[in-house]
Design a binder for this molecule. Structure first.
Ligand code: PEP
Length: 258
């Protein structure tokens, strides 16, 4: 089995003011600077990317800059949207695609998520493709079916070569921001099914190399048990990413888990 570098990203959602975002970025850098062997990143709101990027650059930080979303087209009449070229210009190297809030609150379809993921990869950037079931779907036994549908659709047109720049985040919708996390075994089971699907689509080598993060109320207290599962390769963190010490606690839990 290849050694997969664990990856922990903070999704700051629509929180922070500019000064708060810059201070949080500095705090995350300071708190995680010695933690080797884990890839770390933060996803501030669009309007804070410039300031956060500058703050990270000023300290030559190991913390990567990610965006929470992006538009599919390079430029034009798309009022309110932000292109990948604009994001790249600010030093963004990662983009979240298909976060559950974009799917279930904003109404993004599998098809739109797929266009976004492909645009991110075609722009030479890295994509965190999110998937996950609602509570009703889980209770109906549809977890793997929903993940399969979202992952298959999200990767439509993505080549094997591009898969090295894809991370999948399994985020059960009922666990996001609720304080209820999936059990380590439930997360492991979902990740095994997703990895199996990637094996069918791209072959065993790509599947074994793919990093699959868990997201959904991960915090320092439960991170180790989740990340220690063999197929859990880090986390996508919401609430616990808003304080540098709790985020660093999760990164610490990932050290040595490869
Ligand atoms: C998320 O928004 O991706 C997330 C996992 O949030 P939380 O950690 O707050 O559940």
């Amino acid at each position: 089995m290849p050694n997969r570098t664990p990856i922990v990203f903070g999704n700051w959602k629509m929180t922070q003011d500019r000064a708060g975002a810059v201070a949080l970025a500095a705090g995350v850098h300071q708190a995680t600077v010695g933690m080797a062997g884990v890839q770390v990143g933060v996803c501030p709101a669009f309007v804070h990317l410039d300031a956060v990027g500058a703050a990270l650059k000023a300290v030559d930080s190991h913390v990567a800059l990610g965006a929470q979303d992006a538009w599919t087209e390079p430029n034009g009449a798309f009022t309110g949207e932000v292109s990948l070229a604009m994001l790249k210009d600010l030093g963004v190297s990662w983009v979240l695609c298909g976060h559950s809030e974009r799917r279930h609150v904003i109404g993004e379809s599998d098809e739109l998520v797929s266009k976004k993921a492909l645009a991110v990869l075609n722009a030479g950037m890295n994509c965190i493709l999110c998937c996950g079931e609602t509570l009703a779907q889980r209770e109906a036994g549809e977890t793997d079916r929903v993940n399969e549908r979202q992952v298959r659709a999200g990767l439509n047109g993505v080549t094997s070569e591009q898969m090295s720049r894809v991370v999948i985040a399994y985020e059960p919708v009922w666990a996001i921001g609720t304080g209820k996390n999936a059990t380590p075994q439930d997360a492991q089971n979902a990740h095994v099914a997703i990895r199996g699907l990637i094996g069918q689509l791209y072959g065993a080598g790509v599947a074994a190399a793919l990093r699959i993060q868990y997201g959904g109320s991960m915090k320092p207290e439960n991170a180790r048990d989740l990340i220690n599962q063999p197929d859990v390769d880090g986390g996508l963190i919401g609430g616990a990413a808003l304080k540098s010490d709790s985020f660093a606690g999760i990164v610490r839990a990932a050290v040595g888990s490869a």
